[in-house]
Design a protein around this ligand. Sequence first.
Ligand code: F6R
Length: 242
Amino acid sequence: MRILNVANYDEMSQKAAELVIERIRRNPHISLGLATGGTPVGLYAQLVRDHQLNHTTYQHVTTFNLDEYLGLSSDDPNSYRYFMDKHLFDHIDIQKTNTYIPSGDFKNPEQQSKDYEDLLRSKGGVDLQILGIGSNGHIGFNEPGTPFQSETHIVELTPSTREANARFFNSLHEVPTHAITMGIGSIMRSKEILLLISGDQKRDALMQLLRGEITENFPASMLKTHPNVTIIADEAATGSHP
Ligand code: F6R
């Protein structure tokens, strides 16, 4: 794992955008794995800005999102489909038919999980996966205890994750209890991984990732076995000057 220390959230977003844009220019047919949450918002804003200024094209780019809440329709402002449209897809020239997000439909979630994994494989997998991290080490919605070999599956969200995400909802009560997520095994098949870590509330997680053992109790620790991971972490997360 390479670690790039930066001063703050804005610099993290800028450096991440530079890396993503370079990979798109090198391979215009790239397949990107995308995350939601607070961490990548600045990155997406930079990608939009670059698209407007420098006309980087997404015509041939395919995207796969990591996860989606179960029970929210795609037009619900808290769904991850809505989030991605608002922060990225509506502002670049990507073909919406090439943007894949697991379905949050409650009808047949097990089948949907299998279909998403099959889709990932049939499209050749993810070239560059963007990740954030939960303070308990989760990646995607893979909470502590998730088997490292897991593929796309349904999860029950832990109270700490629901509380952390309640800031986007009117109340904790409204935060869905379940989600569909790519598994750790699915994430590990990505050819390259870019992990973004910002803020002092992530400091312990970063420390554990760098110093701790590889254990299913800390899902992100599996990334240590991946051959091509870049971490961009800001000063608040590292606890030191870059
Ligand atoms: C979201 C996702 C999650 C977040 C993590 C950190 O698609 O996969 O693992 O990356 O919960 O969330 P933020 O960025 O809001 O701190």
